[in-house]
Design a protein around this ligand. Structure first.
Ligand SMILES: [Zn+2]
Length: 399
């Protein structure tokens, strides 16, 4: 179980670090791979926060096997700061670990285990801090937000945001504790993944006009995508700091057909885009819908009325737009003395919180280079740095 509440000791870094490691060992022991339930971990954290007197809300997913947790410490008023982390981790299948991935192991100030850096180290620090903060007089609330299924398309956060809005929560800032080596990040591209399937009509290769060649329609669709990829370069916002500065499109897989002399009846492509601005995703989707409805489907259905083109959304991670005004960035800059904020090439839940009207940064312990790898670790130094920052954030809520 978790440590039980004791006396306020917010400035005692050594005991906060010890509490963080204890929380981390319990969190790592929950094998919350995205395909599995996270309920044991959520219940454990809910019990601990409830015991501290926090207002704890649990939001189950429709299947009931997963849940998001949203807790509030301090007054039940708008404003305040959200500390956010995802509870799920990536699988350890086919990875060669020096020790059990679901047992926290320390070697030379490195703490090893699946999720130590991505991102249970941050969650453990937030839980450790919650204890002394629960005894402070806050003017604005500290919220802890722990989601499910981030690694498979931010499904938990996507479901949670409208729930929080419905319940009237209006936090002002959010810190997403993904592993950035405690560097301050104010932007990342989105990542939208799709599978588009083409259902034509099989036939003999000697009579192409009697069939509907699904592979050829997949190619025409791909050509349209590549034209849009060029158009997106022109749409890049002025001064974009991303590399490359525009929204990119990639066709990652194309499959279909059986043999030289058979008209393929089915084909599919896996493709993605990484929007630098929300309008770009809509631009691409509208252009593709127009192409499908007005060009491809009419041509296919002239031969075979049941021809179909369907697109499955695999995941849509919203980007985090770097904005000139960002209160969270300014707060963290002030607390860390860092006067620069960067952009990163990986996606997080941050954009969903930004869409809810919060100012958002990504900043957390551990390096992204260790995430998803065997022998994933976070260092004690990074956890201590994180605790120092979170302590400053909590102090700012007293004013
Ligand atoms: Zn992560």
């Amino acid at each position: 179980m978790f440590l039980r509440p004791s006396e306020p000791q917010i400035s005692d870094t050594a005991s906060l670090l010890a509490a963080t490691e204890e929380h981390l060992s319990h969190l790592i022991a929950c094998p919350t791979v995205s395909s599995e339930s996270n309920l044991a971990m959520i219940t454990m954290m809910a019990d601990f926060l409830d015991h501290l007197g926090a207002k704890v809300e649990i939001f189950r997913d429709p299947g009931g096997g997963k849940a998001n947790l949203f807790a509030t410490i301090g007054p039940d008023v708008p404003g305040g700061v959200v500390l956010s982390g995802h509870s799920d981790v990536v699988p350890v299948t086919d990875q060669d670990w020096a020790s059990d991935p679901f047992t926290l192991v320390e070697r030379q100030d490195h703490l090893y285990g699946r999720g130590t850096c991505d991102m249970k180290g941050f969650i453990a620090a937030a839980l450790a801090l919650a204890e002394p903060v629960s005894k402070m007089q806050l003017k604005r609330p500290l919220h802890l937000c722990f989601t499910h299924d981030e690694e498979v398309g931010c499904l938990g956060a996507r479901a949670l945001v409208p729930e929080l809005q419905r319940l009237g929560y209006a936090p002002r800032m959010a810190i997403i504790g993904e592993p950035t080596g405690m560097r301050l990040i104010e932007g990342h591209k989105g990542c939208c993944e799709y599978t588009t399937r083409f259902h034509g009509l099989e036939g003999h290769g000697s009579a192409p006009d009697r069939g509907v060649n699904a592979v050829l329609y997949a190619l025409r669709y791909t050509n349209r995508l590549m034209e849009l990829a060029e158009a997106l370069k022109v749409r890049a916002p002025q001064g974009s700091r991303f590399d490359p500065p525009w929204t990119t499109v990639n066709v990652g897989r194309l499959a279909g057909g059986a043999a030289h002399n058979v008209i393929p009846g089915k084909a599919e492509i896996d493709w993605e885009m990484r929007p630098v601005q929300p309008g770009d995703a809509a631009f691409v989707k509208e252009a593709l819908a127009h192409c499908v409805e007005n060009e491809l489907l009419p041509a296919m259905r002239a031969v075979h009325p049941n021809a179909e083109i369907t697109t499955e959304v695999i995941g849509e991670v919203v980007g985090l737009m770097p904005l000139p005004d960002n209160e969270a960035r300014d707060l963290i800059s002030r607390l860390t003395g860092s006067n620069s904020a960067d952009v990163v090439p990986f996606g997080t839940e941050a954009g969903l919180f930004q869409q809810m009207g919060m100012s958002v940064v990504v900043c957390g312990p551990g390096e992204i280079a260790q995430a998803h790898k065997p022998d994933e670790f976070v260092t004690r130094g990074q956890l201590a740095q994180c605790l120092g920052l979170l302590e400053g954030v909590a102090q700012s809520l007293r004013a």
